[in-house]
Design a protein around this ligand. Structure first.
Ligand SMILES: [Zn+2]
Length: 269
């Protein structure tokens, strides 16, 4: 274990997501910010993302995509300052078919192992109603409920409605970008459309450059065909710098270090 320094040394955060790249897209700025403040940040990814896209020319086609994406995840985690990366091997695209008590128990074991003060996962809308994301939300919420008095605080990450449409439109306005850049060919309006209202909005814009670097480590997913590849640094900061969270109605309910994060003018490490 690397001894951490900073005002939040000794605090622990566990982020639990479904696929490599969820962590960077959803809350990469906050994860990097917490790590820079001394928080020990751990990441649990429930699948290897083997059903994702494989943008042409971004990977060795002879290597299974799940193996490639696990490597991309480690690279992204390193950019964000994430200290521990745990990758499960549940089937990408069909998490809702995984035995519920088994997956819930795996979450309980992971939380007991990491002993975080704060857990971050998807909200009930799964960012854009992705079934794997919704399943992770449900199993993590149940796990925190079952931990009772020893449970950590639980936060759900959500997108602000409309923000991803602005990302796509801004990228398409870049004269160098291909005209059809998108976000995984998804409807950008789906992001955040069903999200509950945020209870905590963090201005992590000082860490947007790290977030973009981490996203670009996911080379098979964030290629030249991705709108995320065509934002200028100031556009990325403006559109992706604020990260939105909803405090869960379960788990530890007292104040947490996440609530107390405030932008500072301190230089980046
Ligand atoms: Zn995902």
């Amino acid at each position: 274990m690397i001894p951490r320094t900073g005002p939040l040394a000794g605090r622990r955060l566990l982020a639990i997501f479904a696929h490599p790249d969820d962590e960077s897209l959803a809350c990469g700025g906050t994860l990097a910010w917490c790590a820079a403040q001394g928080v020990r940040v751990s990441l649990l990814c429930v699948t290897r993302g083997e059903m994702g896209q494989r943008a042409p020319g971004t990977s060795d086609e002879t290597i299974p995509l799940g193996t490639i994406r696990r490597g991309e995840l480690h690279a992204a985690a390193q950019r964000l300052g994430v200290e521990d990366v745990i990758v499960f091997d549940h089937p990408d695209g069909s998490l809702n078919g995984v035995d519920e008590p088994q997956l819930r128990n795996e979450m309980i074991v992971a939380i007991r192992h990491v002993r975080p003060d704060v857990v971050i996962t998807f909200g009930p809308d799964g960012l854009y109603w992705h079934p794997d994301h919704v399943t992770v939300h449900e199993r993590v919420t149940e796990a925190v409920q079952q931990l009772g008095a020893s449970a950590p605080a639980l936060f759900y990450v959500v997108f602000a409605p409309g923000v991803m449409r602005r990302v796509v439109e801004t990228a398409r306005a870049n004269p160098d970008a291909p005209p059809d850049v998108s976000l995984w060919s998804l409807d950008p309006d789906a992001f955040g459309a069903w999200a509950p209202a945020a209870t905590l909005v963090l201005d992590a814009s000082a860490y947007t450059p790290r977030k973009i670097e981490a996203l670009r480590c996911h080379r098979t997913q964030v290629s030249a065909a991705s709108a995320l590849a065509w934002l200028t640094p100031s556009e990325a900061e403006r559109l992706l710098g604020h990260e939105h969270f909803v405090r869960a109605a379960t788990g530890y309910m007292g104040p947490t270090f996440l609530d107390a994060l405030r932008p500072t003018s301190a230089p980046l490490p």
